[in-house]
Design a protein around this ligand. Sequence first.
Ligand SMILES: [Zn+2]
Length: 356
Amino acid sequence: MDQLLPAEILEAGQAFPRALAACGDLDSLLRLKGIYVGREASHAARLMELLKVAPKEQKRDLGAAINALKQQWEEGLKHRQAELETAKKSLNALASSWDPALPPPTPAQGALNPLNRLMDRLVEVFRPLGFHVEEGPEVETEAHNFDGLNIPEDHPAKASSDTFYLAVHPELLLRTHTSPVQVRTLLRVAPDLAARGGVRFLAPGRVYRKDEIDPTHSPMFHQVEGMLVGHGIGMQHLKGTLEYALRALFGPHTEIRLRPSYFPFVEPGCEVDVSCPLCGAKGCRVCKGSGWVEILGAGLIHPNVLRYAGIDPDEWSGWAFGMGVERMAMMLSQTPDLRLFFENDQRFLQAMGGLD
Ligand SMILES: [Zn+2]
């Protein structure tokens, strides 16, 4: 039947749905109506004239084709008209309900994620001691992430089962800790370390490990590390600084204890516990009745780490610590599932307002 219709009418038929959708108000819809189904000079009127002059044997088929087209147009126009009328009504209702004397609506105020606030707070605790913030890239080299930290070639952390290596650049990886910031900073300050009289800084940031996500693990999490290099620095300086910082965080009656531990980049190394801030060391679910909670790892910088950066370990020494931010936030807020910190549930984030 289509072959009976002129090409321009077929084109107009094809263009109809788009033209209809483009009508944003009743006036433009009225104009479209005139073009397609108006009494005079419309596509429909032209078709009726065609029908009049068509040979007798074509009239039935042509008539059916024309009716189908006209019906399609009329129904489309009617439907769109109803839509536009509804939209106009609701716009009018909105306009009549607007009271210019009322104060404007206040946009919802955003806030920093609780993890960022906790990291900021740690930075503020260390700032009066002369610590500044160092940052580094999240995509790192093996050298900065492992070699510069005295991590041996066969260390399990180097396995691709534990670390995200970049498929396109297998020598690059997503840093597994913030410690490469220490390597980068030491390398940078080494030439004028004597003129500076040492260095002290914090390195807060995101780190990545191939962990399945569950209530206490995530392939992405946050760390804050601290480092100090100077003359004659020993465990007493580490302990004194941590005591000061952890009391600033958890309260003046907080006690700390150091337990020997092993990390490749420190010697000696230790785990640091604080007296449970939730029960006042009486024993609760969080401290599993012991009165102590493990809070961070620390130690004196391994001579190889200093050597790698070109710093003479006979002249310089220092300490470093690292802590998991999620873990500390979970403990402070008694949140059982770290995923809550990433899921942006407004109810949780608002409840976390009291974290600091
Ligand atoms: Zn407790």
